[in-house]
Design a binder for this molecule. Structure first.
Ligand SMILES: [Zn+2]
Length: 281
């Protein structure tokens, strides 16, 4: 049996250090984005059906809003560079930079070797929620996405409307890729409107009923040309279970808005990461 060292409490008492202080991150100009959003006009909308996914394009410099329209519902969001699917949202690094849950001013970062902001959160009607007494908060980058493999592992059976499969079908439909090809591009999500955390005693991932209500939204500025896919999770508000048809589910609305010409004067799409990729050779 491992022995507890005599200085165990002293070691536990060492104060934590933030891994990635964000003071040197390039900061978004939220005032510029908001001013541009004020005069923006809607150019498209996609109603994502319950227990299914939909896709949408957002040109760089435009906005997209995800809205709860019918009843409490969680959405699983994937983002890709519209002209290069190998550049995609990197949930793990976004978590390392901004924390477990995103809110206004936080950014969605892309995979290596690009590692640049691909979308910036410009408004969040659930900003008020904060962190609840259980350690829960909304819009997490700690979960992955519900998927039929984990479901099969834990419960057996074949369930086809997990977010993973919904996103796979949506990407296949919009790109013409086969389901097998498309599946390789589906990645860990931003859990829009989902309320989650880790239990303090066992460190387990938990979910609870989302505080989202019809009229709530999360809105983004597209930093690069984006292809997005959003799944309306079969877990509904994720108050009890997912990976089944048991929960009440609702559609989600995605709307794209274009600012007027000149509204983003001085803004430029962020370049790919400047690391030289020589890796010491
Ligand atoms: Zn799901």
């Amino acid at each position: 049996m491992p022995q507890t060292p005599p200085d165990a409490e002293a070691r536990r008492a060492i104060a934590p250090v933030i891994c990635y202080p964000t003071t040197t991150l390039p900061q978004p100009d939220l005032a510029l984005y908001r001013a541009a959003r004020d005069g923006a006009v809607k150019t498209s909308e996609t109603l994502v059906p319950a227990r299914d996914a939909g896709s949408f394009h957002v040109p760089a410099g435009q906005f997209f809003r995800i809205s709860c329209v019918d009843g409490p519902q969680v959405g699983d969001l994937n983002l890709w560079n519209a002209s290069d699917l190998s550049e995609r949202f990197y949930s793990g690094k976004t978590r390392a930079l901004h924390g477990t849950h995103l809110t206004t001013g936080d950014r969605m970062w892309s995979s290596f070797p690009h590692l640049r902001p691909v979308a910036t959160v410009i408004s969040d009607t659930l900003d008020w929620y904060g962190i609840d007494p259980f350690g829960g908060s909304v819009h997490d980058v700690i979960g992955t996405r519900c998927d039929p493999y984990t479901h099969n592992l834990l419960s057996g059976g074949q369930y086809h409307h997990c977010c993973h499969s919904n996103l796979t079908r949506a990407l296949s439909d919009v790109t013409g890729l086969s389901l097998t090809q498309a599946e390789h591009h589906v990645h860990d999500v931003l859990n829009v409107f989902m309320c989650t955390g880790f239990t303090r005693d066992t460190g387990q991932y938990f979910m609870k009923a989302s505080p989202v209500r019809p009229g709530d939204h999360l809105e983004f500025f597209a930093e690069i040309d984006l292809l997005g896919a959003l799944s309306a999770c079969p877990g509904g508000d994720c108050s009890s279970e997912h990976s089944s048809d048991a929960a009440a589910c609702h559609p989600l609305l995605v709307e794209v808005f274009a600012p007027v010409a000149g509204a983003l004067a001085g803004w430029a799409s962020p370049p790919p990461n400047r690391y030289d990729r020589s890796h010491g050779r």
